[in-house]
Design a protein around this ligand. Structure first.
Ligand code: SIN
Length: 510
């Protein structure tokens, strides 16, 4: 048994931001089940959106986010996020983080889907996440203990208060770790899907353990599929940032036709859900889809990570046609949390992708997620530092005896089924089939301490898959990333009368 002020689960940007601030006045320990750079934050290519340009205003960034999010956004949290962004980025710059600049010293701003203006800051071209996480790891060095290769198995709850976590290390040792505050910053769940841009460690662990502990979740049906993952016809090979389209790349089918022509006024830079569905439909009809990069100047120096990804996988970059397919990218729902990270459970906080603060609505606009990690990571730390201490009772909690699970599917079978049944385009029959299949496994109410790392991940994947599937069945409309063939598409700007008309027309067509 060990005691800490603060336990943080995960090592992405939200975790490191909170840890850095908390370490001023508290002892902080981070547990991460793999190594500290195995996160989606580290892999982020796009950048950080903020209205820092003289021609930009926070209101414009706010409005673009609402439109992309189909008005499902929590507007108070969103306003805080967007208004705080430029100031917090300035703080990072002051402490030494370098964003890419133009020759005249002004911000080199990129553009991505849904943004009407250039407002994406990036560092080292398409290596923003790596630059940011490396910078933050350096900042927390000697202040925060980071334990790698030790998985948090479950939260410890006493009278609806989270008092810490149970961990398992790679020697199989199981320990209870007690803390006054526990922050979940475990990221999303991209590994649940066959095609994904996510790090392979991202298996929905935070959501699954919060659910087992009884914390409130929200919006689990909204999974964002990124339109352009590099694809070799069998599997996805990594992300091709939307920023590439921001610099002039266009999506074409195998006949060389621009596929976003006539679909949306922003064409290739339409909100992500619209582009992903258009590509998905083309591919489903038997066409291949390519990102034509022939008009992008200085591709290899502006996008060094993507260039290397292509070279490594034998894609002929000089030809200028990168084969793409949509894949799971971001979990919009998650553990319901305020902008100060507070969840429905005392002592438990959630921040970053695992949290659902409502800022992304039904479809996250590009490059708002690193921003969320930074802004709400700081706010969570501030809230914990300024609030009267909610001390966990520092007693000895017994380690629960684990179950021996008898039957678990392979990860691959979960991933294939989720992609097929709960993917870019959904319908009731597929969702019900998925739910029925998931329920043939016994993953509710299990105690995981006896299981291997991989088995723990499978239980978490089953749990999160079930939460997404059942939520998708419950939302009887199509909105943003949640697109059901059996319900009409709404963008949140319709009047009541328009919704009734759309529904009637839809019923007639059906
Ligand atoms: C991208 O670079 O296309 C992804 C950026 C993001 O998901 O915010």
């Amino acid at each position: 048994m060990a005691f800490y002020d603060i336990i943080i689960v995960g090592s992405g940007i939200a975790a490191l931001t909170a840890a850095d601030k908390l370490a001023m006045d508290r002892n902080v320990i981070i547990f991460t089940k793999s190594n500290k750079t195995a996160s989606n934050s580290f892999q982020a290519q796009g950048g950080i959106a903020a209205a820092v340009d003289a021609d930009d205003r926070w209101e414009d960034h706010f409005q673009d986010t609402l439109v992309a999010g189909c008005q499902h956004n929590d507007t108070e949290n969103l306003q805080t996020l967007i208004q705080s962004g430029p100031g917090q980025l300035a703080e990072l710059v002051k402490s030494g983080l370098e964003f890419d600049l133009n020759a005249d010293g002004t911000w080199n701003l990129g553009r991505e889907g849904g943004h009407l203006k250039r407002r994406i800051l990036h560092a080292q071209g398409d290596g923003t996440g790596k630059a940011l996480v490396t910078f933050m790891l350096e900042k927390v060095k000697n202040k925060v203990t980071i334990i790698e290769n030790e998985a948090v198995v479950d939260l410890i709850v006493e009278n609806n208060q989270c008092v810490g976590v149970t961990t398992k290390n790679c020697n199989g040792d199981v320990m209870n770790q007690i803390a006054d505050s526990t922050i979940l910053a475990t990221g999303g769940c991209g590994e649940l899907f066959l095609y994904t841009s996510n790090d392979r460690t991202v298996t929905g662990d935070g959501v699954a353990m919060a659910y087992r502990a009884g914390a409130e979740l929200a919006d689990m049906e909204f999974i964002q599929f990124h339109p352009t993952l590099l694809y070799n016809g069998i599997r996805t090979l990594g992300l091709i940032s939307e920023a590439v389209r921001g610099e002039g790349a266009r999506l074409i089918d195998q006949d060389g036709q621009f596929i976003m022509e006539g679909v949306h006024e922003l064409k290739d830079l339409a909100p992500r859900d619209i582009v992903a569905r258009t590509i998905f439909t083309k591919i489903n009809k038997g066409s291949r889809v390519y990102l034509d990069i022939t008009k992008v100047t200085n591709f290899s120096s502006r996008f060094p990570t993507i260039y290397q990804l292509c070279v490594k996988n034998g894609i002929d970059v000089e030809r200028g046609l990168l084969p793409v397919i949509p894949g799971a990218h971001f979990m919009i729902g998650g553990v319901r949390a305020g902008r100060d990270g507070r969840t429905s459970m005392d002592g438990l906080y959630a921040v970053g992708e695992v949290a659902c603060t409502g800022v992304h609505g039904a479809n996250r606009i590009a490059s708002n997620s690193l921003l969320e990690g930074i802004v709400f990571g700081n706010m969570t730390a501030e809230a914990i530092l300024t609030r009267e201490r909610e001390a966990a009772i520092r007693k000895s909690y017994s380690v629960k005896k684990g179950n021996q699970l008898i039957k678990l599917p392979t990860k691959q079978s979960i991933k294939q089924r989720m992609m097929h049944h709960v993917g870019v385009v959904r319908n009731e029959a597929d969702l019900l089939a998925m739910k029925d299949w998931l329920e043939t496994f016994d993953f509710f109410q299990v105690n995981l301490t006896n299981l291997s790392f991989s088995e723990i991940e499978i239980v978490n994947m089953l749990t999160t898959a079930w939460l997404i599937t059942t939520s998708a069945l419950m939302r009887r409309e199509s909105r943003g990333t949640h697109y059901r063939l059996d319900y009409p598409l709404l963008n949140g700007r319709e009047t009541r009368e328009e919704i009734i008309r759309i529904q009637l027309e839809y019923e007639e067509i059906k």
